[in-house]
Design a protein around this ligand. Structure first.
Ligand code: GDP
Ligand code: GDP
Length: 438
């Protein structure tokens, strides 16, 4: 089941990013901080009453510098209409209704998707209750009041948001199909690669029932294995081109990653790693899915026998957080090594789903601790790990029961992760770790 996408739209200064931060609240600190990931405030995975969803602040979408404000609002709204499941339309109750609000409302009225009109800055409740009526002119069913800054009525708003989730369809594919997405900035060769992978001798299964909204997914068979390519912006069908905004729609990429078991992060080997590549790779990493780095256009690179090593070294430096990801060098043009990609996908999908026996796990941890004692703090108190378990997979998740979780340092956590990888592999999958006091 994919996570619903909730997008916040609205003109500048109504409080979109404040509301975004309020909703994700303490969650952000739970998400492990990953050094080197290029962060934008665009999206965050969060949940309410046990319902996970992706929250997107369309104010965080990047445009070319030349894009006019009016156009930005239009495109942000259009992207939300196209990609979100629920749209949160934010206005400012203190400032009242403006022409920009009316314009955004005009776009939003054309969608069938649920739109929740929300008037922010309503900390003065009585006043806001009176002022909210002018927003009924916009033609939406209701006006929700909140104060993002003061955290007032955000719970009611979240209740309302999740009440629309039942409409989000579940994925029609069964467990034994490996779902993968091909992501990367424009022109790195995603569509070419997909077409290559689908080459002549693979059977494209076209009559999958239930694929309505995501009809651009491509299920296919290769020998005994079944796969589904989860489309991102315009792999098969070039998406709507919005001038000034990355043709590559970040939200669509996020949704694709969310529905995938494994993501191929495609990088143009000829151009090298760019800022945008880092972002894309960061999305895959943070969503806890399998990742494979694919350097494409290998045919264009002048090579000697050290070239691959240099690329890998550069990658580990630029995208250090992906050091667990297998790397491959292909050419969609000539087909070089493209055939091996499916094997790597199978392998990584297995690693993501790997479960370690508790006894074996604890042997490894015990040995790791014996080899390298946790450092003690200034008071001489030392971290003690009593035992560890792996409650879940995809990605592998480990819980360590300890004497005092405050004593766990980043560097020791990384050491333990390295030891787990050393012992069990887990190539291509992020690992999640949690420390609990016992
Ligand atoms: P955005 O441009 O829509 O993302 O708006 P911001 O989140 O940056 O907020 C714009 C301004 O409104 C900032 O100065 C916020 O502190 C302020 N603001 C946001 N939410 C509230 C609120 O609930 N009440 C009040 N009084 N101010 C708020
Ligand atoms: P997308 O935007 O990521 O889907 O990229 P496309 O698949 O549309 O490819 C962008 C351009 O790169 C096209 O002109 C392709 O012909 C070219 N291209 C793709 N893969 C390769 C490759 O492996 N080698 C070379 N030389 N060109 C490639």
């Amino acid at each position: 089941m994919r996570k619903p996408v909730v997008a916040i739209v609205g003109r500048p200064n109504v409080g979109k990013s404040t509301l975004f931060n309020r909703i994700i609240g303490e969650r952000r600190s739970i998400v492990e901080d990953t050094p080197n990931v290029t962060r934008d405030r665009l999206y965050e995975e969060t949940e309410w009453l046990g319902r996970p969803f992706l929250l997107v602040d369309t104010g965080g979408i990047e445009f070319n510098k030349e894009t006019k404000l009016k156009d930005k609002m239009h495109y942000q709204t259009e992207i939300a209409i196209e990609e979100a499941d629920v749209i949160l339309f934010l206005v400012d109750v203190r400032e009242g209704l403006t022409n920009d609000d009316r314009e955004i409302a005009n776009y939003l009225r054309q969608t069938e998707k649920p739109v929740i009109l929300t008037a922010n800055k309503a900390e003065n409740n009585e006043q806001a209750e009176m002022d909210k009526y002018e927003f009924y002119e916009l033609g939406f069913e209701d006006v929700q009041l909140v104060s993002a800054e003061h955290g007032l009525r955000t719970g009611d708003l979240l209740d309302k948001i999740i009440s629309h989730f039942s409409d989000v369809e579940s994925d029609p594919y069964d467990e034994n199909k490996t779902k993968f997405s091909v992501i990367g900035r424009p022109n790195v060769g995603k569509s070419s690669l997909v077409n290559r992978v689908l080459g002549e001798d693979r059977v494209v299964v076209s009559d999958v029932s239930g694929t309505t909204r995501d009809a651009i997914d491509t299920p296919f068979r290769d020998q005994d294995n079944e796969y589904v390519i989860i489309d991102t912006a315009g792999i098969r069908k070039k998406g709507k081109v919005i001038p000034g905004v990355e043709k590559y729609s970040v939200i669509r990429a996020l949704k694709a990653i969310d529905r995938s078991d494994v993501s191929l992060v495609v990088i143009d080997a000829d151009e090298g790693i760019t800022h945008q590549d880092k972002k894309v790779a960061g999305y895959a990493h943070e969503q806890g899915k399998g990742v494979i780095v694919v350097f494409n256009k290998w045919d264009l690179v002048e090579k000697d026998n050290k070239t691959m090593d240099r690329y890998i070294e550069g990658l580990r430096y630029e995208l250090g957080f992906l050091n667990y990801a297998p790397v491959t060098f292909v050419s969609a043009l000539t087909g070089q090594r493209v055939i091996e990609i499916l094997d790597i996908i199978d392998y990584v999908a297995d690693q993501c789903a790997k479960r370690v026996e508790t006894k074996v796990l604890n042997n490894v941890i015990e040995e790791a601790v014996a080899m390298n004692q946790p450092p003690s703090n200034k008071q001489g108190k030392r971290l003690k790990i009593y035992y560890a378990t792996q409650p879940s997979v995809k990605p592998p998740f480990f819980v360590f029961f300890v004497n005092d979780k405050e004593l766990v340092h980043f560097s020791y956590k990384r050491y333990l992760e390295n030891e787990l990888r050393e012992a069990f592999g887990f190539e291509g999958t992020p690992i999640r770790m949690k420390f609990k006091n016992r």
